[in-house]
Write a protein that binds this ligand. Structure first.
Ligand SMILES: [Ca+2]
Length: 425
């Protein structure tokens, strides 16, 4: 937890103005009822406050504010119950919107998580604090315990957990994005996008600038200029966009994005020494916004970066998974909107390098992985692993195979028997 916290703070410090104020629950100044301080190695400071199951039991912590402002409040805790409720007071006064805060369970009493407090059906609460001493009081308003670890008052720009966005916050967020990404986020797909079923991808300046798969929106929060254009094709029942180029003699590059309407596969193929920088491909914008129960939430990218550091080939995010031919890695990039650059190494067959990744919902247990393998001089990419055509048809998932030849020309074949030949650049 402490490591995660450090990452999260590093992730968001660039645009935050107010200092973060961390309060350890175990250093409480007053307990109105029975509580116990427990040693928990996974907790911040190694301790938490627990055993306050009775309604009305209140725990008060004192804290000092150096800089006046409107702060958000994030609580860290572990909770084995499905959820519990607490009333939140500052200086003895109930915070508007936080009369009855629902804290979701974290799984077990040993799994510590964090939540930034929000009023029901709205964005995060903003708590005005003057400089000087204050108190924070949590009061049990049901009959369930809570292993309360810490509280942090912080700048709204500091993301310590996934947070629901108010309509105004979504508008501010969108305003900070390049025009293409902003348009896809707020208005949906337009002509020139690759849109099919639940998948919409927008390209700009040679990059896949933004995409939406189901309820998950991802974007590159900056404009990138490259002199390439995307071409669009249809091979029933899939749609695709391609770029190609010859940066110098002996080099060739081709990028392909294919969607079947539920997920998409991105493939980068190159020949020549420097066709993939640092021997890693990257091309998936970082996850940014998800819709939960109709509300937009902004994801805390630090948690994502931490998962990416674990060398997994599959990264789950709220109803979709990102999977690649090799373990995924992530670099957190700061800026007005911090983002994670997701990268992974390519498969190498002779002079040919091919990297492929898939983003979409896991519709079947077998549908979370992409298969990429060398086949003679070619590299073959299939849209899922261990999925026979008959099973794919049963689940209604259009399947396809992309065969990359040594000159980066490609043959794309769907399970419906349609093919598309993409000539070498
Ligand atoms: Ca603690």
């Amino acid at each position: 937890m402490r490591i995660a916290l450090a990452l999260l703070l590093a992730a968001s410090v660039a645009s935050a103005d107010l200092p973060s104020i961390t309060i350890e629950a175990e250093e409480y100044t007053e307990a109105g009822g029975q509580v116990r301080v427990l040693d928990r190695p996974a907790a911040s400071g190694g301790k938490c406050v627990s055993y306050w199951e009775e309604p009305g039991v209140a725990v008060t912590c004192a804290f000092e504010v150096a800089e006046a402002g409107d702060y958000c409040l994030t609580l860290g805790y572990a909770l084995q119950w499905p959820d519990t409720r607490r009333e939140v007071r500052v200086d003895g006064e109930v915070v508007p919107g936080l009369e009855d805060v629902l804290l979701p369970g974290t799984g077990t009493w040993a799994d510590f998580g964090a939540i930034t407090l929000a009023a029901p059906g709205a964005g995060r609460a903003r708590i005005p604090l003057t400089a000087g001493p204050h108190t924070l009081t949590l009061t049990n308003i049901d009959s369930r315990g809570l292993a309360w670890d810490y509280a942090i008052f912080h700048d709204p720009a500091t993301l310590l957990a996934d947070v629901p966005l108010s309509d105004a916050e979504l508008a501010v967020f969108a305003e900070a994005l390049p025009a293409t990404a902003r348009r896809l986020l707020l208005d949906g797909p337009a002509e020139g996008d690759l849109a099919l079923g639940d998948v919409a991808l927008a390209f700009s300046g040679g990059m896949m600038q933004a995409l939406r798969v189901g309820d998950v929106f991802l974007a590159v929060p900056r404009d990138v200029e490259m002199p390439v254009e995307w071409e669009h094709h249809r091979v029933e029942p899939i749609a695709l966009a391609t770029i190609s180029g010859v940066p110098e003699a002996g080099h060739a590059l081709r990028g392909v994005v294919v969607t079947n309407g539920t997920s998409f596969v991105t493939i980068m193929a190159g020949i020549g020494e420097n066709t993939m920088s640092d021997d890693r491909a990257s091309g998936i914008p970082s996850p940014l916004i998800v819709w939960r129960n109709g509300r937009p939430w902004r994801l805390a990218l630090g948690a994502m970066e931490q998962k990416l550091g674990q060398g997994e080939r599959v990264l789950p995010i709220d109803g979709v998974v990102i999977s690649a031919n090799e373990p995924l890695a992530g670099d957190l990039l700061s800026g007005p909107i911090p983002w994670v650059q997701i990268a992974w190494p390519p498969i190498i067959a002779g002079d040919l390098k091919v990297a492929a990744a898939k983003v979409g919902p896991p519709l079947t247990p077998a549908d979370t992985r992409i298969e990429v393998h060398a086949d003679g001089e070619d590299v073959v990419v299939r849209s899922s692993v261990d999925m026979p055509p008959a099973l794919a048809q049963f689940y209604g998932i259009p399947q396809f195979e992309v065969r990359v030849h040594p000159d980066v020309s490609m043959t794309i074949t769907t399970d419906a028997g349609e093919t598309l030949e993409l000539r070498a650049p």
